[in-house]
Design a protein around this ligand. Sequence first.
Ligand SMILES: NC(=O)c1ccc[n+]([C@@H]2O[C@H](COP(=O)([O-])OP(=O)(O)OC[C@H]3O[C@@H](n4cnc5c(N)ncnc54)[C@H](OP(=O)(O)O)[C@@H]3O)[C@@H](O)[C@H]2O)c1
Length: 323
Amino acid sequence: MAANVPTVKLNSGYDLPQIGYGTFGGADAPHLVHDAAKVALKEGYRHFDTAYLYKTERSLGDAIRGSGVPREEVFVTTKLWQTFKRPEHVRPACERSLQDLGFEYIDMYMFHWPMAWEFHGYDHEQIQVKDENNDIKCIDVPIIDTWREMEKLVKDGLVRSIGVSNFTIPMLEDLISKAEIPPAMNQIEIHPSLPQEEMVNWAKDHNIALTAYSPLGNPGFSWFASTGHSKTLEEPAVLKAAEKYGKTPVQVLINWGVARGYCVIPKSVTPERIKANIEYFKMDPEDVEEITKIGREHPVRTCDPVLMFGPSNDVFGEHKKKD
Ligand SMILES: NC(=O)c1ccc[n+]([C@@H]2O[C@H](COP(=O)([O-])OP(=O)(O)OC[C@H]3O[C@@H](n4cnc5c(N)ncnc54)[C@H](OP(=O)(O)O)[C@@H]3O)[C@@H](O)[C@H]2O)c1
């Protein structure tokens, strides 16, 4: 049975639960996600997040199709990778995702990042090729050219909603001014150390839903830890709320996001965590505010495109500012 979790309505007309299930996570993820997603479906998750990059589309699709939960009751997001941004690669990339998921349609197809890279084929080994300077150079493919192809996927019934990920407000403003179908969603990193207040307010005003990725600051991923993990789970305001509501710090972080009005997609392959992470409770506005204060002055990003992809990918302009 679906869990008792609030839903958000997208500007495309579809509803999706605010607590979802993320599937990114290292070399073991494709194998582990299959059984973990089965647990998640049993615990009532009906909103799942994957991407071509994660190599989890196949295992997630298998778990969903084998679960007995009707396809219509499950909302699945997957993403278009940077090497598939030229218009002629958008549909074949989407068809690959559809085939791996084993679905007739994708609920949400989104830009994974707002940059484009040279196409090197669809082989996973070829989608993140760095040059001798440990960089991946961007190519000039206007966002709107890719977006037009995404719009066609909606019109042709391959995809129900289209969205973006890792977009800034100026990027969204530009896209909206040119698009026929506005983006239904922007998926971005949000946790108390990166509360993204400006985007949260702007998105509300513009009827674009948000999804918070790495909502726990990805505590278990050593790569993120080595690049500035924020230790959000140990913050006094989080611990205080955990005590007040009789919940764990992780449950506080998840429900802080729900209280702020967006979707939250924690990832876990551990059955008892999967069960705990979907427990919804209401938080008082003053506790939400105390936790939002944590990163207000000195935000910490764990998923930094420059550190992951190289200096050509400073899409947030944060490294330029530091120089
Ligand atoms: N659009 C993008 O660019 C983008 C970028 C990053 C992530 N994402 C999406 O967002 C999802 C979530 O983000 P994320 O995976 O980076 O990080 P996250 O959900 O913040 O953290 C995942 C880590 O937290 C651990 N964890 C989960 N529940 C826990 C609990 N109750 N107690 C203690 N530890 C717990 C997990 O461990 P175990 O698995 O070992 O239990 C895992 O190591 C991803 O899976 C992916 O779908 C999107």
